[in-house]
Design a protein around this ligand. Sequence first.
Ligand SMILES: CC(C)(COP(=O)(O)OP(=O)(O)OC[C@H]1O[C@@H](n2cnc3c(N)ncnc32)[C@H](O)[C@@H]1OP(=O)(O)O)[C@@H](O)C(=O)NCCC(=O)NCCS
Length: 183
Amino acid sequence: MQVEIREAIGSDFQAISGVVLSAFGNKEGPAIVQLIADLLAYESAQPVLSLVALIDKRIVGHIFFSKASVNNSGGEISASLLAPLAVHTDFQSQRIGGQLITEGLKQLSRSGIKLVFVLGHPDYYPKFGFSEAGIMGFDAPYPIPQKNTAAWMVQELHPGIFKSISGRVICADALDDPKLWRE
Ligand SMILES: CC(C)(COP(=O)(O)OP(=O)(O)OC[C@H]1O[C@@H](n2cnc3c(N)ncnc32)[C@H](O)[C@@H]1OP(=O)(O)O)[C@@H](O)C(=O)NCCC(=O)NCCS
C-alpha cells in the first residue's frame, strides 16, 4: 500500500476534519477540528507544519505541529509541539501515524527546530524517539495530573540540546487552555 505524505493546503481542511472526526469520535472530534482551525488562524502558533497522508489520493491521516518555546534563562530555542495526530479508523495500525511522525520530525529538523513536545499516549510516541519530558526538566504549560506525567514527552532533534536547556514550555494561544492539559 503506497502512502503519500505532503504538506496540507487550505482546500484539505474538510477532508482533514473528516479524518479527525473519525479518529477522535463525534464527542471529542469537533473540538479538535476547532483547535486545528484556531492553530492555523493565530499568529502565536506560527510557524506550523501540517502534513497529510494519502492513499489513492484520499486523505487518511493528518499531523499538526505548532510553535512552542521554552521559558528559561538560556535564551530563545526553536521548539515545536505535536498536536493533534489522527488516522482515519479504516486505516489505523498500518504505520500511517508512524510515517506522519517520522516525516514531520525530519522536516522540523531540517528547518532548525531543536525540540519537539507532545502530550499523548505514553506507549505510542516512545516508538518514535520521544521520552518523558518532566524527567528531562521540561514542565508542561499547565500542570499535568500525576497519573498522566508519562504522557508529557519530548524529543531532541539537535543532539545534546537537553544538556543546555530546561524550563516551562510555552505553547500557542490556541493550546493555552488548562482544560487541554488536564485530561
Ligand atoms: C494513535 C494513532 C494516531 C496511531 O496511528 P496508526 O496509524 O494507527 O499507528 P501506527 O500504525 O503508526 O502504529 C500502530 C501501533 O501503535 C499502537 N497504538 C495505536 N494507538 C495506540 C495508543 N492509543 N496507545 C498505545 N499504542 C497505540 C498500535 O497498537 C500499533 O502497535 P504495533 O505496531 O506494536 O502493532 C491512531 O490510532 C489514531 O488516530 N487514534 C485516535 C486519535 C488519537 O488518539 N490520536 C493521538 C492523540 S495523542
